[in-house]
Design a binder for this molecule. Structure first.
Ligand code: SF4
Ligand code: SF4
Length: 329
């Protein structure tokens, strides 16, 4: 299993909840954007420009929304969620509100100490996803946080020493990190961590600097084939579905024509409690007034909330969940 906190007998329970939510056309995954504030300085995202005063409108608790949707997957995200000093209280309240769930925290890692991680683990986080796009100093400059890469690896060492066994790196595939992807997987595996990939889009703020243009498509095909080969031999290290990785080259080439189903299986709830179909769309209604989303004709990204949501549930997905990160010989 991905974490020792979950046992094989949890798998049929989650499958039953998956079927129950799907039959009722309810979201499987709810992202709680607990703040849009962020202390990074990424060139491809404008969340860090959110004024400090925005905190006055951030919800103190997401427990009622969690109880209402009763999802099987919960993600705390931002902005940078660790900007919330009360994050442990928020997590613990959601933990108490939903019985069967898998809870993830997404962070840039710049404020993640082993102590803070341990207290969030105690509050109910089951999986830490730390953004990491390069193994070298380019990550620090891309995120605008000096020393970030070293901080992340120090935090991971301390977290592993405290028994936190479910850490993943969130890696965005870009124009200039194709050479980093396999080394990043190997490094993660050597630390007992996993890697979750997504692919760069300019949808956040129109920055096309890292778009995978046509001259890179052959190299992308090659690296995706290698990642899939590695993934099939070492289940549990790369945590995307096979189907998602297989579709990335199609999306990059503009060949994915099917409507986007974001908002159907996954929703985002912003810091004020309003729902949007995906991170980059405006909000539509308060969570109390939630109505099911219809598919939309948009091809602006291939985020997991799009690509994983439309990936078929194959047996390989169950084998992924049963796997564990392990060193790759
Ligand atoms: S991409 Fe993440 S780390 Fe960077 S500014 Fe946006 S919210 Fe912050
Ligand atoms: S493709 Fe879907 S997830 Fe991506 S920006 Fe468009 S609506 Fe949002």
């Amino acid at each position: 299993m991905l974490s020792a906190r979950f046992k094989p007998w949890h798998v049929p329970l989650f499958l039953a909840k998956y079927a129950w939510l799907s039959m009722r056309k309810r979201p499987l995954l709810v992202h709680f954007e607990v703040t849009l504030r962020c202390n990074a300085r990424c060139g491809f995202c404008d969340y860090w420009k959110t004024p400090a005063e925005a905190r006055e409108h951030e919800l103190a608790s997401y427990a009622d929304a969690a109880r209402h949707f009763n999802p099987m997957l919960v993600t705390f995200t931002g902005g940078e969620p660790l900007m919330r000093r009360d994050l442990e209280d928020i997590v613990a309240a959601v933990d108490a509100a939903v019985r069967l769930k898998y809870v993830t925290l997404i962070t840039h890692g710049g404020m993640l100490t082993p102590e803070r991680a341990a207290s969030l683990w105690q509050a109910g986080i089951h999986q830490f996803n730390i953004s990491l796009d390069y193994l070298d100093g380019r990550h620090d400059s891309a995120r605008g946080i000096p020393g970030l890469t070293e901080k992340i690896f120090n935090a991971v060492d301390g977290m592993r020493a405290r028994g936190i066994d479910n850490i993943r790196f969130n890696t965005v595939i870009k124009d200039d990190n194709l050479d980093q992807l396999l080394p990043l997987v190997e490094r993660a595996a050597s630390l007992g961590c996993g890697v979750n990939f997504s692919v760069y889009t300019d949808a956040k703020n129109g920055n096309r600097d890292h778009v995978l243009a046509a001259p890179l498509h052959a190299a992308l095909d090659d690296v995706i084939a290698r990642l899939l080969d590695l993934k099939r031999r070492h289940r549990g290290v790369i945590t995307n579905s096979d189907a998602y990785l297989e579709q990335i080259p199609r999306w990059v080439r503009g060949e994915t024509m099917e409507p986007c189903r974001s908002g159907q299986r996954t929703i985002h709830i912003d810091p004020t409690g309003h729902v949007k179909r995906c991170p980059d769309f405006p909000t539509d209604f308060h969570w109390r007034d939630h109505r099911a989303y219809a598919p939309i004709d948009c091809n602006a990204c291939f985020y997991a909330c799009r690509g994983e949501a439309q990936a078929p549930l194959r047996l390989s997905r169950v084998r992924d969940v049963m796997g564990r990160p392990h060193a790759i010989a």
